[in-house]
Design a protein around this ligand. Sequence first.
Ligand SMILES: Nc1ncnc2c1ncn2[C@@H]1O[C@H](COP(=O)(O)OP(=O)(O)OP(=O)(O)O)[C@@H](O)[C@H]1O
Ligand SMILES: [Mg+2]
Length: 291
Amino acid sequence: MTPDLLEEGAKRLEKVRQAATEGKTESGGRAAGFSRVAQAGEVDVTHGRILYLEEVSVSFDGFKAINKLSLDIAPGELRCIIGPNGAGKTTMMDIITGKTRPDAGTVFFGSTIDLLRYTEPEIAQLGIGRKFQKPTVFEQLTVFENLELALKTDKGVKPSMFFKLDSSQGDRLGEVLHTIHLADSVGRLAGNLSHGQKQWLEIGMLLMQDPKLLLLDEPVAGMTDEETARTAELFLTLKGKHSLLVVEHDMSFIDTISDIVTVLCDGSVLAQGTLDQVQADERVIEVYLGR
Ligand SMILES: Nc1ncnc2c1ncn2[C@@H]1O[C@H](COP(=O)(O)OP(=O)(O)OP(=O)(O)O)[C@@H](O)[C@H]1O
Ligand SMILES: [Mg+2]
């Protein structure tokens, strides 16, 4: 690279770093969790649960968005959550990640971490990564730079164009690139990626932090059929290594990835079981799937 290009690259990087610390993204979307995820500690899963919600309720102006919701997720599980618009699916994620405080109930990460005692950035640091619907990657940076940036969480370190990944971070970046099917696009600007590739890149940024639990809200919305199929493949490879909570309306996607499906309605669990089981449930047909 010529000195000019280096200088230009350094300026670009500086600009997006500034935005990252201010919690902004170029696209105006919400800042992704990666800018505040640090090292995750150990989570006690000896009781067979990575996430545990009991009798959680929250009201907005008297309207019960979440109503005595109880839910258990096992370590390494890929749980799908479905339900009609307004059922409380996103609000449930807001509660788990500390964005919304419930009025009542218990929310535990493993058997010892009471999530209600932590702030949103702290919960991200504990190892809970969240993917919002809209991709929030840094469009003027390359795929590589986006993934690299996801590691640079130490605000005390002066940002440098020449931040050097150590060998385990380098290995991790290579692994993540492969997992998210972007190994061939490592030098491309994120802004030039397709919608699906941007979504994968953002998932990759979360993966750089090796989260224990990943929350994904409508991850295949707006994707082509081919991108959706690749995302299903990706989630199946993540299962077991991470626990995943996936909210989706796309039933064929759910069919491909799901073991247990939880149906939310009016802020609580209406039904739970395999997709076949919940699809055959009269109450689910009534409120969600239609006749
Ligand atoms: N901050 C808030 N203030 C007021 N009402 C809210 C707030 N957040 C959510 N709600 C309301 O709570 C209900 C549940 O909303 P939520 O977004 O969780 O539904 P959802 O299941 O994610 O729906 P969708 O499938 O459409 O995404 C809705 O009626 C919504 O309007
Ligand atoms: Mg929602």
